[in-house]
Design a protein around this ligand. Sequence first.
Ligand code: ADP
Ligand code: MG
Length: 681
Amino acid sequence: MLRPDTDVKYVKGVGPKIALILSRLNIRTVEDLLFHIPIRYIDRTNIKNVRDIKIGEQITLIGTILDTNFRRSGRGKSISEFLFSDGTGNIKLIFFNQPYLKKILKRGVHLIIFGTIDFYRGYQIVQPEFEIAEKNNDIRENFGGIIPVYPLTEGLSQKRVRRILNNAILLTDLSSYEILDKKILDACSVGSLKDAIIKIHKPADLHEAEEAKNTIAFYEFLFIQTYLEKRKVGLKEEKGIVIPRSPEIENFLNSLPFSLTKAQKRVIDEIINDMQTGGVMARLLQGDVGSGKTIVALTIALNVINSGHQTAIMAPTEILANQHFNKIKNYLKSTNVKIELLTGSTKTAKKKKIKEGLSSGKIDIVLGTHALIEGDVKFNSLALAIIDEQHRFGVEQRSKLLKKGKNAHLLVMTATPIPRSLAMTLYGDLDISIIDEMPPGRKEIVTRWIKNEKRFELYDFIKRRIIEKGDQVYAIYPLIEESDKLDLKSATMMYEEIKNYFKGIEVGLIHGKITPSEKENIMKRFANGEIKILVGTTVIEVGIDVPNATIMIIEHPERFGLSQLHQLRGRIGRGTKKSFCILISDRFVSDIAVKRLEIMEKTRDGFRIAEEDLKLRGPGNIYGTRQHGLPPFKVANIVKDTEILKKARECAKKIIDYDRDLKYNRLLDRFDSIEKYYRIG
Ligand code: ADP
Ligand code: MG
């Protein structure tokens, strides 16, 4: 008996040569083969007799070639004609410009054909799909009414794939696909994976094929969801540091110049409650750009400090860490909380002092970059690790920070709204809090998509705004990794062009190649209003806060992801003035690009934008998910199968509820291949 992990070359009908061909389809084991899913089916119950055909019908016929005729049309096109019979009648098959068919489709060859009936001096099918059959009825031997049609590669025929799949199914011990306990099968109302695998290759009818496909998708989701649910429950059962709600929190919130939104209050409650259950918190805080995550994070940090513990906040870049530091220090004016900033450019003596302060417990909050996870940074009692823009950190880095404490609570924050289905898969092991409301009084951002021809009209408008209203401007150019140099040149060219056009107005340029201190300096001069126009690549993307900057030009917006455009746009509309975001594209952009740019014009809702982006471009392209690594699915589709995903998620909860250690449900050996996508420490 074969096993799912057996090398595919041992399947009857494969051998080394075919194994090599199969490897081009990423089929290496029997399991890979079993998961080689049909792209469609021929419905044999719909195989017609030539006698009964009607014009316009899409049908399958099985028969023999009676005669052939090869010629050229007046214009030199090659035409191949075949007279085809199934014993009940004759029909002509016509192919254009496929002269090699002469060698394959000889008189007497048996064929299965699929196509649309046409009539021109008799019934005919133009360019039918066809398969050669050894004898008239050979596909009826191994398959029922429905014949699968598989993705192929050169050197591999449908017939061969069908035969080896048939062998694989007959000769493999499929019992390892009987994964779920009877109770769970019933509770989740789902069939066994084993049945689904057999049925997707040998369905009794098209409905059964469809169901088998859904069942396999369900199991693909289920493996991941159960893994995540088990981890989530595991964290809750670990002994966490209990942080009660401190009455000081109210005093602090009252000291702020604004009152929190309902959403901010709600998520603060969620988080504080979670930190007093006795378990370890692992939570994702989602909130659109500008929704006020910083104050939420700080409130939580204060609560931790009031219990006598420390908090670390890690940001992906020095600029961001700096900005957070200044913002937070400002919020903390009325308190005696001790906060420090630790980054790569902190002076050695200062670094040493901060490290001492952290290990003695004198420092309450430390803000920083990757410098926080260096080996010699030790905490007296780190109870909370907060990670901002978490998708910019690797798995290892997050885990290193957490390990600086003992069962420290984890709060990761993201300003890239993640559609629900994606969040369930990427962060299913985390609890999720969402700030779904903006602070009041946000200024309007007018977004317009214009074509290149209008550039100089736009420049004139901007010039007036700068001179008359003192506005400041971001001009953003996409940076594409593969062609760093080219983009650098483009950004530089744009800088020259703008400098020329805006004579007498200070223009700055930043890009990935300038040193951090130069960058810092330019940013400072932009923040204090000295520089009016800042030209840059996307390095200025995240977190920068210059309320007087009210205009953003984005070049080649079609090259950015929607969520990324949304992030960029979040840099403006922060002050008291109306803001403008202008997307300048080439004259010709694809239909999809047009749709995407129109969405940008219409909405400022980051979640809607992310949903649309997911639909238009698929999960692999959404900003952040590629780095994060979404597990690959063979059948399941995270965009289309959201109902199946929900069902799998609910089922995973039932499984962990009833079979915590997975003794009765054989899911553990599925986890190895999943684990690498999720390790966060
Ligand atoms: P983000 O979620 O993007 O990190 P921030 O925390 O930087 O957002 O907040 C954006 C701005 O909104 C900051 O200037 C902050 O002080 C302000 N802010 C936050 N919460 C409120 C609120 N409830 N009312 C008014 N302004 C707020
Ligand atoms: Mg922020």
